[in-house]
Write a new protein. Structure first.
Length: 526
């Protein structure tokens, strides 16, 4: 356990664990490494131990996190673990003035930052990555496409430093995993699971539950009307010559692909084939009906009613909305929805959520609960509803979304997390912004208000509990709805993720580079 005795590690701040030593040794021996490991095993601790070795050799460390709250969290952890002057560990985010950032870079040994700031400062010439011997990419699965991690990874490669990439979930597709590795110059993958013999003793128990509810009769009536409209509209499109399978009518991503294909045809042949415009309008109407169906099945009557009202306001400018509202089935669906709304009908999920949280707080009044919901409007609705329970002190937690005018600043997000930990709030109702990385040791229960089809998001959500003590995850599923398919998709993808990781590791990253015609991954900077 010699790695834990380093002079730059504060005494008694790091528990000696064999698997952490194994991962540190792998990085020091093999260079640029992607560590795929579950939450709560101490990936940031591993990063800090490696950082100590880099700082000892006279180099500095850059650690990147996708959000300010997560960057703040890393800054606190590194200040606690590393035996260096506190002012040598600096925090750089979008709220840090440019002049202050430039001064901070010069006097620091560790920079904890959000990637957009680093990218901007590289481009404007106020920062060079040559001063860093190690770059740590937290939530490394983001290193694809146009995300700032990609630019920084390529820039860092020019200076020969080492890269440590951390994630609990790199994705289930081989191409995605290999792209992350290419963009960050990764040449070694370490896979850690909850079942590893040297990990299992350290992980608190995680209890996973799936609670299914059934739609009431009036809800089913609206569901049937929407499904019939979608099915019959889609079949009419097939009869008109559109290449499409029947099951695609209820698949948003497939519908969007078809819509994109038709839009391309309109741009190319629109004048000579005016019927294409009618097809495009019908596809758009089906997409809107699908979203209405999703809100009914997985969210609430209020969410569906609000959506119908927004569509009605657009009816004068959107051809698809006009055709939608002219259909008798949609008219009937709206009529029933209004009746349900006036009666203040509750989705069975909300009632089940009340039961789950009330039970948790009755068993342990000091519990902390996170409820995840995909939709910002629903987050507001759930927060208000939960605050009607005497024991609940709920607070919404959403992203910035400045354009919408109803987001939370990063300062507000950070304060909310602090208030949650202190007990001012005991329930947070959150969108996806709370899924990644946030270390809230006291969270006892995580509730998925709806399953998510993404294995990355499922793993991230699940990882918000059972960090320092046992935790519970409850997934609410409406029977015979889109919830069912989302749940099974995520399970299938998560299983596929580990299969792909093991195969890529077995094949070797250099072989993957040749197969995909990628550039050489280069040396490890030694």
């Amino acid at each position: 356990m010699e790695y834990f005795e380093h002079a730059l590690l504060r005494p008694s701040t790091v528990e000696k664990r064999a698997y952490q030593e194994r991962l540190v040794r792998s990085f020091l021996e093999k260079g640029n490494t992607l560590i795929v490991a579950p939450t709560a095993i101490g990936k940031t601790v591993i990063a800090a131990i490696i950082a100590a070795h880099v700082i000892e050799k006279g180099k500095n460390v850059l650690i990147l996190a996708p959000t300010k709250p997560l960057a703040v969290q890393h800054n606190k952890t590194f200040c606690n673990i590393l035996n260096v002057e506190k002012n040598a560990i600096v925090l750089i985010t979008g709220t840090t003035p440019a002049k202050k950032r430039a001064l901070a870079y010069g006097g620091s040994k560790v920079v904890c930052a959000t990637p957009q700031c680093i990218e901007n400062d590289i481009k404007n010439g106020s920062l060079t990555l040559g001063r860093f011997g190690l770059c740590i990419f937290d939530e490394a699965h983001r290193a694809v496409g146009n995300y700032a991690y990609v630019f920084i990874g390529k820039e860092f490669l020019k200076f020969g430093g080492n890269v440590l990439a951390l994630t609990a979930s790199p994705g289930h597709e081989r191409e995605h995993i290999v792209e992350v590795c290419r963009n960050l110059n990764i040449r070694n993958i370490e896979i850690v699971t909850e079942n590893d013999p040297d990990v299992k003793p350290y992980l608190p128990e995680l209890k996973l539950e799936w609670l299914r509810v059934s739609l009431p009769e009036d809800f089913v009536s609206v569901q049937t009307l929407l499904r019939n409209y979608i099915r019959e509209s889609g079949e009419a499109l097939i009869r008109s010559g559109l290449r499409m399978r029947k099951n695609d009518f209820f698949n948003r991503s497939r519908l969007l692909e078809v819509q994109k294909r038709v839009s391309f045809q309109i741009a190319k042949h629109g004048r000579r084939r005016p019927a294409l415009y009618g097809i495009a309008s019908k596809i758009a109407a089906i997409i809107k009906a699908n979203h209405a169906l999703l809100l009914l099945e997985t969210q609430s009557v209020n969410a569906l009613m609000s959506y119908f009202e927004r569509l009605y306001e657009k009816r004068k400018v959107e051809r698809a909305t006009v055709s939608l509202f002219n259909d008798e089935r949609i008219k009937k669906a709206i009529e029933i929805t209004k009746e349900l709304h006036n009666k203040k009908a509750k989705h069975p999920k909300l009632l089940k959520l009340f039961d789950v949280i009330s039970e948790q707080l009755a068993r342990n009044p000091e519990s902390r609960v996170i409820v995840f919901n995909h939709y910002r409007d629903s987050v507001s609705e759930l927060t208000e509803a939960l605050n009607s329970i005497k024991e609940v002190r709920a607070r919404a937690f959403v992203g910035q979304a400045k354009k919408l005018g109803n987001g939370m600043s990063q300062k507000e997000q950070t304060k909310t997390i602090e208030d949650f930990e202190s007990g001012k709030y005991n329930v947070i109702v959150a969108t996806s912004v709370a899924e990644e990385g946030l270390n809230i040791p006291s969270c006892d229960l995580v509730v998925f208000y709806e399953p998510v089809p993404s294995e990355i998001r499922q793993i991230q959500r699940r990882g918000r509990t059972a960090r320092l003590r046992s935790g519970r995850v409850v997934i609410l599923i409406t029977r015979d709805t889109k919830d069912e398919s989302a749940y099974w998709n995520a399970r299938r993808k998560e299983k596929g993720m580990f299969e792909q990781l093991r195969q890529i590791k077995k094949d070797g990253l250099e072989q993957q580079s040749r197969i995909t015609d990628y550039a050489s991954l280069g040396d490890n900077g030694e």
